[in-house]
Design a protein around this ligand. Structure first.
Ligand code: NAD
Ligand code: 44H
Length: 460
């Protein structure tokens, strides 16, 4: 019956017209479409700000969205029901490999922003402001040295290639705005871009410092992957077929710091907050929300859970999360009552049974995520002379996961850890802690706490 319905397109009466492209987005996943594209569509000047979105690696999302002119349905899944909204802020979609088109956008002076949701791992940040020189980075460096418009694959090189094209075209200043879950995401982006630019053409470094604003943002809206059920729901409730609807939760938050010399949509009128410093918001979200997500992804999946709502309903997992939050809040520079209400709201968001957020999706790229979600709190607690059992539980769960328990490992950075976790327990724990944080492997009290959680879970 549903095949008789037309495919979603701009020619349908309900479809908004495509706005002129002024934003280039890298990482056309579900999150961008639930978050930044939603704020752009709801800004009062939406008709002036179209987005050209490129996939991160594979072309799949572009292939699904191009036949429907970038349009898609947002399914806002509240505890009591679904609210469906047709969104049209994405004016054009492209595969990552469509590099010439990307460079062409960056040469246009009216293109004022490059936004990013490419996952934490894509930045290839070394964690201290520099760039990891992976084989792909070396290959991209060599390509750009010989031809500024050569195809490149890493995020830092795609940004450098775009900036080279912009400088050559004299197209003026631009803002690069990271919307990924990594600390100080603006300066992390600046660090990897500047390091790569220096290796390609040192004069570009000065041009970047004069022309490019690396804005930071804290982003929050739990947005799982699309299921067939989501596609069927749209077919039942709308008069069209949508190959790529986006399920998301009602809650949304965006806190931004940047200077935007070439302009931006009036996102604040749609609910975004513009601030001087995102750090307290970013730490609150990364350590409380993402930290507990990672704890549940590893330790919760080892206990047999598949989704966040299932894991948080398990009193054992809930106790671990509360322990992690208890040891996190002393390190957040925010009023206690705000943090209490943030925690209560998180428990409600996690318990939403209609958001089927897979632990396997959250678990991906653990070597990058543990370092930014768990390690800062662990370090702060040890500096305060305490043994953080919530952090120890997350590390123990991650070790179990790397050993093959719970959801499968999907992490390009896991290799050095996989060798360590095959050692006997104590050597494994010391080795993993040492690799995560130099010197930490000889922290006997912490090692004992992780071992105790590891052994507890063996018997659960
Ligand atoms: N989904 C959420 O709830 C959520 C919420 C807040 C922030 N975020 C941020 O957005 C990012 C993307 O989330 P999503 O749900 O859209 O994911 P997604 O899997 O739907 O899309 C991720 C995009 O990044 C690309 N990608 C993945 N790994 C890459 C790599 N190593 N190098 C280059 N490109 C890569 C993919 O091809 C895809 O285009 C997250 O990693 C996170 O930093 C997501
Ligand atoms: O999207 P990732 O892979 O960075 O992390 C998985 C989840 O922790 C994350 O997507 C949260 O749901 C999100 O950050 C909530 O805003």
């Amino acid at each position: 019956m549903t095949t008789a319905l037309p495919r979603l397109s701009r020619s349908l009466p309900a479809a908004p017209p495509a706005a002129p492209i002024k934003i280039v987005h890298l990482g056309l996943g579900n999150f961008h479409r639930a978050h930044q594209a939603w704020y752009t569509a709801h800004a009062p000047d939406a008709s002036a700000w179209g987005i050209a979105a490129f996939t991160g690696r594979r072309p799949d999302a572009a292939l699904a969205l191009a036949p429907q002119d970038g349009l898609y349905t947002l399914i806002v899944k509240g505890p009591e029901g679904d609210r469906l909204e047709l969104l049209g802020a994405v004016s054009a979609v492209h595969a990552a490999g469509d590099h010439d088109t990307y460079l062409d956008y960056l040469r246009r002076s009216e293109v004022s922003l490059v936004t990013l949701t490419m996952t934490e791992a894509a930045y290839l940040s070394d964690g201290v402001g520099g760039l990891r020189r992976t084989p792909e980075v070396e290959q991209d460096l060599a390509s750009l040295r010989s031809d500024a418009s050569a195809a490149v694959v890493t995020l830092p090189a795609r940004l450098v290639a775009g900036l080279l094209a912009r400088r050559a075209a004299g197209a003026g200043p631009i803002t690069v705005l990271s919307c990924d879950n990594l600390p100080h995401n603006g300066s992390a982006t600046a660090g990897v871009v500047t390091a790569l630019a220096a290796g390609v053409d040192p004069s570009l470094v000065d041009w970047i410092s004069d022309h490019v604003d690396f804005a930071s943002s804290m982003v929050d809206r739990i947005t799982p992957a699309t299921t067939d059920g989501d596609r069927e729901l749209v077919a039942e409730r709308c008069s069209y077929l949508d190959a790529a609807p986006v399920p998301t939760e009602p809650f949304s938050e965006w806190v931004i710091a940047g200077s935007f010399p070439a302009g931006r949509p009036q996102w604040e009128a749609a609910g975004a907050q513009l601030v001087d410093d995102v750090t307290p918001y970013e730490q609150r979200k990364l350590w409380l929300l993402n930290g507990s997500h990672s704890l549940l992804a590893y330790a919760g999946s080892v206990r047999g859970h598949t989704y966040i709502d299932e894991a948080i309903a398990d009193p054992v997992c809930r106790g671990w999360v509360q322990a992690l939050w208890d040891e996190t809040v002393p390190h957040l520079p925010l009023p206690a009552e705000d943090l209490d209400s943030y925690r209560s709201a998180l428990l409600e968001r996690y318990a939403n049974p209609r958001i089927r957020h897979r632990l396997a999706q959250i678990a991906a790229d653990g070597s990058t995520k543990i370092a930014v979600r768990t390690l800062p709190v662990l370090r702060a607690e040890r500096a305060a002379g305490r043994v953080p059992v919530g952090c120890a539980t997350a590390i123990a769960g991650w070790i179990q996961h790397l050993r093959g328990a719970g959801v499968p490992v999907n992490d390009a950075g896991a290799e050095p850890y996989l060798g360590l976790v095959s050692l006997p327990d104590e050597a494994a724990v010391r080795g993993v802690l040492e690799l995560l944080d130099s010197g930490r492997g000889s922290d006997d009290e912490l090692v004992a706490a992780v071992l105790s959680r590891l052994h507890e879970r063996h018997h659960s």
